[in-house]
Design a protein around this ligand. Structure first.
Ligand SMILES: [Zn+2]
Length: 329
């Protein structure tokens, strides 16, 4: 069940460039496990390219959220998209990709954080639709053709920046294309593909984000588009190759890859009991009192990873005392 999209997108013109690092090689910057993201500068420093193998990330998402194939394909594309957009995150940053469409998926959210952490969820993990006209999982139909895509960059210090654009097809890569088209002037190409096996697991998944660096000429850009048009779907490539560097090499000859960097990204959530306690305390004295009197307990669930946290009457009484203390100070 392949679901692929190749698209031309615009990318932030002033995005940080790795061109100055051409010639150097760095490795394993983030995360634990085998590297699943590779990026490099190509075309004599005119183009920055990144590739991701998303299978393990998506299988973890399927396991945690109980995603059926259509939701797995949609969230898989979203998670890989968030990683590819979030490759330049610093210590306190995060990048959140949010898609709100009018389809039965009921929205999608994917968030990339430094250290190779990505997490996300969809509104309806059990969404099912007939295959689309290309006999593929109908991600566009699930997301919906009408709605908005939001990209929020939280740099830790100032107010988070959010950019938005209207959905084009709900196929996610196309919608990212439209988002960049509306925000910046640097042409890029993005492709996201997820292949779901008959048993509902992710068989293969891959993605590309290729962006022109300042100084790229029209010929280079035309070549970029051409390469992606003649390539097989990225999910088929990912299944065949299984390695992010090889994925890059399917597009660019090995000798062209400069400043090659490998990273490991995992589906990972940093929710904790402590954070949930803070959330409960922030409800305030009255609300906590109501929960304690009406339910005598509380269970909070993390949207990102489905982990649950139980609070007994005693726990709630402690939190209520804490909330009272805070309201006096
Ligand atoms: Zn969590």
């Amino acid at each position: 069940m392949p679901s692929d999209k190749h698209n031309v997108i615009q990318f932030p013109a002033n995005d940080e460039t790795a061109a100055g690092e051409a010639g150097k090689e760095r490795e394993d910057k983030a995360g634990a496990g085998n590297p699943n993201v590779a990026r490099a500068v190509v075309a004599q420093g005119k183009v920055q390219a990144a590739a991701i193998i998303g299978k393990d990330i998506i299988n973890e998402a399927i396991r945690l959220h109980g995603l059926l194939p259509l939701a797995a394909a949609a969230l898989g594309r979203g998670l890989m998209g968030a990683v590819l957009l979030g490759l330049n995150l610093k210590d306190q940053d995060s990048l959140t990709l949010r898609i709100k469409g009018d389809g039965p998926l009921e929205g999608l959210l994917a968030q990339a954080r430094p250290g190779g952490q990505v997490r996300g969820y969809v509104g309806n993990p059990g969404v099912e639709l007939p295959k689309n006209a290309q006999d593929k999982l109908d991600v566009g139909g699930a997301v919906g053709h009408n709605g908005f895509l939001y990209v929020t960059k939280d740099m830790g210090l100032k107010e988070p920046y959010t950019g938005t654009s209207a959905l084009v097809s709900g196929e996610i890569a196309e919608d990212l294309a439209a988002y960049f088209l509306h925000s910046e002037q640097t042409p890029s190409v993005v492709s996201l593909g997820v292949l779901i096996d008959v048993d509902g697991s992710c068989l293969a998944a891959g993605g590309f984000l290729i962006k022109a660096l300042p100084g790229a000429d029209d010929q280079t850009l035309a070549e970029m588009e051409h390469w992606l048009e003649v390539l097989p779907p990225v999910s088929a490539l990912a299944m065949q190759l299984g390695d992010a560097v090889e994925l890059l090499q399917a597009l660019f000859p090995k000798e062209e890859l400069q400043a090659l960097t490998l990273e490991t990204w995992n589906f990972s959530c940093d929710c904790s009991r402590q954070r949930m306690e803070k959330a409960l305390i922030s409800l305030g004295e009255q609300e906590l009192k109501d929960i304690l009197e009406e339910d005598g307990k509380s269970q909070l669930r993390c949207n990102f990873c489905n982990n649950t946290f139980d609070f007994s009457a005693n726990d709630l009484a402690d939190l209520l005392a804490e909330a009272k203390k805070r309201s006096r100070t």
